[in-house]
Every structure is written in structure tokens, then in C-alpha cells.
Design a protein around this ligand. Structure first.
Ligand code: MN
Length: 492
């Protein structure tokens, strides 16, 4: 799988010839110092590449064309050290589709009170150069991120780093290939959607394969290959079952899935317990370990959540936390201590686990197959988000809820699956009402590593609707937002 570390971002500084070569040489030097400072901050997930200062419409158009056709360039960071008349930028910007960040900073932090003269003023013109640049972005209605702050400060650096993760997620999305084994679960609505629209809007190549294609590969997996996978399991998890045959079947399934993913370049997959012809078990442990290794997964044919799991895992590469396919399962409605218990039939990613996960084998009261091996664990506490992507008819809508994950309020010795317990913001009643009003799915992606801002920026890059349920949400304002968004999208 491609690491987001391989992507790079181009740093483009705008100016014009009016200033003369001496000033332009200084602009270039200062700009290089900023790029070096950002790269050395240790916060950036990808490399920022300095590009020569652009001074003419031809130079500007060329750099945007080059960026558009460079597979490893995941976006542009622009800064106007001096004044760069924005009509020069129109041709370059109007066809540019990759993520764009406008960094509004200034090379010097403070005014040099005793030395300041008009030469200094003309060189350090971001205060108005960047406003001219802002106008053309607004006039072209460009999706863009604006980060304001001194380039050596932590907050703007973190904002740039976070945006870079969203932009890398944009690149991952544009190249995402996934496979659905079996179709969507019969009669389920929210997991369905327009796959053609998803490919146009998000870039996803969503392919179908009959379960027979998988069974054929499973049946050819060798004992040696299963042994190797079992050793991987032993290194990561504790064996808490005598039913080793069941675990070996999951290992066999996982090896087969890996072979198929490698052959066709898939980064995410779905299963459907209604369609397991020729398989002995629903993939449980196999799906969980694949997620741990970076693949996206969705249950019951939910291709949207599978792809989002893969993208969000890529976006969070190298960050603390964990990211998993999730489902709102059951509520704890104790007055003033309301919680949600999230889980799934089997498939929760062990990247969420608080400690080492255990491999167990239990009956699955659904699907009529043999008891599947699965990982059982409690999840760690911490701030997290849950993310749902739905097709609301004519457009895609992303809904994000800030949540606080906690340790289980009490032990659940009879629960044979992994789970997460959380308090949704602002409270369970408001969160659930807003989520249901918006049509959010029971399936989601839960991430401790990413924040709503990462997803907001990603949705803006994709040109899809974004709704955020957070500590400040009220139902009356949320209802208005839904109504206004409906109107806005009808006008587009
Ligand atoms: Mn489900």
C-alpha cells in the first residue's frame, strides 16, 4: 500500500517583476527559509518542496499545469511575500483541481521599529499581497484552506500539517480501488448509493466480485502460508481458544484476501453474511487483522464505510490512536450518564484496543456458518470522531460527531466481540437527534487519530456536504443548516 509519506506539497511564492532583481532574490531566500523551517518542524506528514518564485502569468500557469500532472504532488501551498497581481493567477487557478492552501504569513515576526523604511515595507507586503490573492480565490469560488499565523509558531504549523493529511486523503481517494464480495445486504437503504456518482466525485473504483472468486483462492492457500499468518497472529494477539482449526480458517481467508488485493490493487473490501457460498466462516479475525494492516472494511456490503475506513487510515498514518469500521450497537440510558456501546458482529479494528486483543471463537447467531474466530478487546479512552458518509440523493453528505471514548462502565464478561464505549457530544439526546435528522448511518468510521477539521477539509476538497455535530450543536440551528444546505445544493 502507498504510504502518504511519499506525497509532496509544492510551496509557491507569488511576486512580480516590478520589485527588481534584488528584492526578488530576497523573496526567494526568505521563502526557502520558510520551507526549510516547516520541513524541520517535525510536524509535517509529507515533504514540502520549494518552487521558484512566480512572477508572470506564464510562470504561474506552468507551475499549476506541472502540479496537476505530477502524481506525487498532492497539493499546493501558496504565499504572497510581496504583491502579486491576481489577474496573473486566473489561468493557472481556474483549472486547478488539487488541494490548495493559502498560507497567510509574514517572513518577519515584528516591525523593526528603528530600521523600518519603504524598502522594508515593499518587501514585507503579505498583509496586502495575500488579500489580493484571497480575492481571486473567492472570485473563482475555489475550495481552499486559509491558514493565518507566523510560520515558526506551532498552531499554524499544525494546521498546515493537518491539512496535508486531508490533502493526502484526497489523493488516496482519487486512486482508491475496492472490491465488494457479494452485494449490499438485502433491503438495507443507508449502505446503498450511487457508485457512478461516488467515482465521479470521489474517484473510487468500486468493483464487484462473486464470492466464488474468493473461495477459489482460499482453497489454494497452502499450510505453509497459513502457518506464516498464524505466526503473525501470535506476535500481535493472545490466543484464547482451543479451536485452532477455526483460527486457521481465518488465517487462510486472510491470505487469500491479501492475494486478491495485491493482484488487483484493492485497498478496501466488503463482505455480506448473506452471501458466503462455499465459505466456512464469515471473515472476522481476517477482516480485523487486515484493517490493522491498513485496509478498509465495511460489513453487509457497505462500500462507502469500507472506502472511508481505508482513506482515514491513510490520512492518520503515523499518528497515535486508531481507526476502525464501527457501528452504533446499543445504548446505556442511565439518567445523566448516557453512553453508546459501539461494536459489530465481529469486525472492529484492533488498532483501537486498550492492551493486547484476544483471539476467541464463538457462535455467530446469524448467517448459518461455523463459529468464526474473532478478536475480542475493550477500546482505549480518548477524544474521537465518528464519521458517516451517505448518499442523500443527488449528493453525498458527510456527518461527523465528536465523541469521548471511555473504558466500559462495567465489565461485560459475556460479550464475545470487541467494542468501544463513548459519550457523543454535546449529549446523547442531541447527538442522536441531529444524526437521525441528517440521515447518518448506523455504520461509521471511528477514529482517535483524526479530528473533525481533517474531515471538514477533506469534504471541502471533494466538494461534498459536511455536517458537524459537536459541543455547540443545538437542534434548532442544525435543522436550519440542513434546510439551507438543501437549498444551496439545489441551486448548484
Ligand atoms: Mn453492520
Amino acid at each position: 500500500m502507498l504510504s502518504i509519506k511519499n506525497y509532496e506539497f509544492w510551496f509557491v511564492t507569488g511576486s512580480q517583476h516590478l520589485y527588481g532583481p534584488k528584492t526578488l532574490a530576497q523573496v526567494e531566500k526568505d521563502s526557502m527559509a520558510i520551507v526549510e523551517g516547516l520541513n524541520k518542524s517535525g510536524k509535517m506528514p509529507c515533504k514540502i518542496v520549494f518552487k521558484p518564485v512566480v512572477k508572470t502569468p506564464a510562470e504561474i500557469s506552468k507551475i499549476f499545469k506541472d502540479a496537476a500532472y505530477d502524481d506525487m504532488c498532492a497539493g499546493i501551498i501558496a504565499w504572497m511575500h510581496t504583491f502579486s497581481p491576481s489577474k496573473m493567477w486566473i489561468n493557472g487557478l481556474k483549472d486547478f483541481k488539487k488541494p490548495y492552501l493559502h498560507f497567510h504569513t509574514q517572513f518577519n515576526r515584528t516591525i523593526p521599529w528603528n530600521e523600518i523604511d519603504m524598502d522594508f515595507m515593499n518587501l514585507n507586503q503579505s498583509a496586502h499581497g495575500d488579500r489580493e490573492h484571497g480575492f481571486i480565490g473567492a472570485r473563482l469560488q475555489m475550495p481552499r484552506k486559509i491558514v493565518v499565523g507566523y510560520w515558526e509558531d506551532e498552531l499554524p504549523q499544525l494546521k498546515i500539517a493537518n491539512w496535508m493529511r486531508s490533502a493526502a486523503g484526497y489523493a488516496v481517494s482519487q486512486n482508491l480501488k475496492m472490491v465488494r464480495f457479494g452485494d449490499n445486504m438485502r433491503q438495507v437503504a443507508v449502505t446503498e448509493g450511487d457508485k457512478v456518482e461516488a467515482e465521479i466525485k470521489l474517484g473510487w473504483d468500486i468493483e464487484y466480485r462473486g464470492i466464488g472468486d474468493l473461495v477459489e483462492v482460499i482453497n489454494k492457500v497452502t499450510d505453509a502460508e497459513v502457518d506464516k499468518k498464524m505466526a503473525e497472529y501470535a506476535s500481535k494477539y493472545d490466543m484464547n481458544t482451543d479451536n485452532i482449526d477455526s483460527v486457521r480458517y481465518q488465517a487462510k481467508t486472510e491470505v487469500a484476501l491479501e492475494k486478491i488485493f495485491e493482484k488487483f490493487g484493492y485497498q478496501a473490501f466488503t463482505t455480506n453474511f448473506e452471501d458466503l457460498h462455499g465459505m466456512e466462516q464469515l471473515p472476522g479475525l481476517a477482516a480485523q487483522n487486515l484493517m490493522h494492516n491498513g485496509y478498509g472494511f465495511g460489513g453487509e456490503g457497505d462500500w462507502k464505510v469500507a472506502a472511508m475506513t481505508a482513506i482515514m487510515k491513510a490520512m492518520s498514518e503515523g499518528l497515535e490512536g486508531g481507526t476502525s469500521f464501527m457501528e452504533d450497537y446499543t445504548y446505556h440510558l442511565e439518567k445523566n450518564n448516557e453512553h453508546i456501546l459501539g461494536a459489530h458482529m465481529l469486525e472492529v479494528c484492533p488498532s483501537l484496543a486498550d492492551g493486547r486483543a484476544k483471539i476467541e471463537v464463538h457462535e455467530l447467531g446469524i448467517g448459518g456458518k461455523k463459529p468464526p474466530a474473532r478478536l475480542v478487546f475493550d477500546s482505549r479512552k480518548g477524544d474521537a470522531i465518528v464519521v458517516s458518509l451517505i448518499d442523500i440523493g443527488g449528493r453525498l453528505r458527510m456527518i461527523v460527531n465528536d465523541v469521548k471514548a471511555c473504558s466500559p462502565l462495567q465489565k461485560m464478561p459475556n460479550l464475545p466481540v470487541a467494542g468501544v464505549m463513548w459519550k457523543p457530544m454535546p449529549d446523547l439526546a442531541t447527538s442522536a437527534e441531529a444524526w437521525i435528522l441528517a440521515g447518518g448511518a448506523h455504520h461509521s468510521v471511528l477514529s482517535y487519530s483524526l479530528t473533525a477539521e481533517h474531515m471538514h477539509d477533506w469534504a471541502a476538497m471533494m466538494g461534498i456536504e459536511f455536517l458537524h455535530i459537536n459541543k455547540d450543536t443545538t437542534i434548532s440551528s442544525f435543522e436550519k443548516e440542513l434546510m439551507w444546505n438543501d437549498l444551496a445544493y439545489k441551486l448548484r
